[in-house]
Design a protein around this ligand. Structure first.
Ligand SMILES: O=C1O[C@H](COP(=O)(O)O)[C@@H](O)[C@H](O)[C@H]1O
Length: 249
């Protein structure tokens, strides 16, 4: 099932995403001690900051120390590099938690010590991260690139058919930087919930393809067609022409 929620304002998108995350956090914590969430990089960092940190009501409802945070993809650069998805999360979320003396979530990163300048150990980095993944994630937060990529799964790339490895590496990402590791469809399709966040007129053309074309084959469309409930949070400029189908969170 795919639901689309659209809002005029970016803060409203961020607040809705945050409430949705907290709802899934609470559901997971009713069953156990940890909320296993995977996040993405790119524009999602700012959304998490606005919805979970700047919105004080949401902030108070997050049980940060019960979170286990994974990355749906990571760029193979040092963790303090400006291209690192961990680095973005650190800047947008973790630093604010430190400033507020809040107990930090457990954050599962790539093994930085395995990084080599020539990429010769990228396969090992992927295997190492795969070994750290839980069997199933409670929630995966995804972005949607203007080309329809999600995680580091790009249109037409051979990793779209990877059905054995849960974490794969690539050295030919069409979007820089070229070396990355990424969730594959086996991880996405074994999770409990997936949400996309996409904002801005720059995403309108690709959203129209994902929702209106029968078989675009775009990675985001393949996620929509999978077995996991998918929720999209978008702002109005991104959603022109796409039917909005659900009640707002
Ligand atoms: O390269 C990446 O891009 C996607 C989409 O980013 P956005 O800025 O268009 O939202 C992101 O989800 C992914 O994690 C990142 O590595």
């Amino acid at each position: 099932m795919v639901n689309v929620h659209s809002y005029a304002d970016s803060q409203d998108v961020a607040d809705a995403v945050a409430r949705y995350v907290i709802q899934h956090q609470n559901a997971a914590l009713e069953k156990g001690n940890t909320f296993k969430i995977a996040i993405s990089g790119g524009s999602l960092g700012k959304v998490l900051n606005k919805g979970l940190i700047a919105n004080k009501e949401n902030f108070a409802n997050v049980k940060w120390s019960n979170w286990e945070v994974y990355f749906s993809d990571e760029r193979l650069v040092p963790l303090n590099h400006e291209d690192s998805n961990y680095g973005l999360f650190n800047e947008m979320v973790l630093n604010s938690l430190r400033d507020n003396s809040v107990d930090l979530p457990k954050v599962i990163t790539i093994e930085e010590s395995l990084l080599t300048p020539d990429g010769s150990a990228d396969d090992k980095i992927a295997s190492d991260y795969e070994a750290k993944l839980p069997e199933s994630l409670d929630l995966i937060l995804l972005g949607c690139g203007p080309d329809g990529h999600t995680c580091s799964l790009f249109p037409g790339h051979k990793l779209l058919t990877e059905n054995r490895r849960r974490i794969a590496y690539l050295q030919d990402s069409p979007k820089p930087p070229p070396r990355r590791v990424t969730f594959t469809f086996p991880v996405l399709f074994n999770s409990k919930n997936i949400a996309f966040v996409a904002e801005g007129a720059g995403k309108a053309a690709v959203l129209s393809r994902i929702f209106d074309e029968k078989d675009s084959g775009l990675p985001c469309e393949l996620v929509n067609k999978g077995p996991v409930p998918v929720t999209w949070f978008v702002n109005d400029p991104a959603i022109q022409g796409v039917p909005v189908t659900a009640t707002k969170y």
